[in-house]
Write a protein of this length. Structure first.
Length: 188
């Protein structure tokens, strides 16, 4: 895929961030996407999980819930790219864009608060969120190690982990809630 000069100017390029001080790219890269399909899948996931997580935050924190939700999302864009920034800081050709790290943070925040809620694959196969979450973490880790495609799997992995940590720090009682719900889970 050939990037436009405007798209390139906002893409997360570790070399340009470190060597040229273009730190704004850590944020702007989360608001641009490679194509409409990339944008659709990120926003489709964000719509369903984001509305649930924002409602949970509003229930717990009242009027501050939406502010915490926005803070989670924006910080996740940045934090999910930091490992990639460090890993590729000398590679002038490495580029990454999209909101996948932030969307992963939102999804895993939902999984923390509602681990037994089923996530449907292709609208048919319902799998409890915590199981799909573990599979996703393993897949992202293995894919990041292989690094054979042009996808920033590190952002997916670290975005997911950031979402969990952010929610636990913001609301430590979420751990107890998670454990209580998991105690009710039955395989069959």
């Amino acid at each position: 895929m050939r990037q436009s000069s405007i798209q390139y100017a906002f893409t997360m390029n570790p070399y340009m961030i470190i060597k040229r001080g273009q730190y704004y790219r850590l944020i702007t890269s989360g608001f641009i996407h490679s194509d409409h399909i990339h944008l659709f899948f990120n926003m489709f996931s964000f719509y369903f999980f984001g509305s649930q997580l924002e409602n949970i935050f509003q229930y717990i924190f009242g009027g501050l819930g939406s502010i915490y939700f926005i803070l989670l999302y924006v910080l996740a864009i940045i934090v999910s790219d930091i490992p990639t920034l460090i890993k590729h800081q000398s590679n002038h050709a490495y580029n990454s864009l999209g909101a996948s790290g932030a969307v992963s943070a939102v999804i895993f925040g939902c999984i923390l608060f509602q681990p037994l809620q089923k996530i449907y694959i292709y609208g048919v196969l319902g799998i409890p969120g915590f199981i799909l979450g573990v599979i996703y973490l393993i897949y992202s880790y293995q894919s990041a190690k292989r690094s054979k495609d042009r996808i920033n799997h590190d952002a997916h992995l670290y975005g997911a982990l950031f979402g969990l940590v952010f929610c636990i720090v913001l609301y430590p009682d979420s751990i107890r809630m998670f454990i209580e719900q998991m105690a009710e889970w039955k395989l069959f």
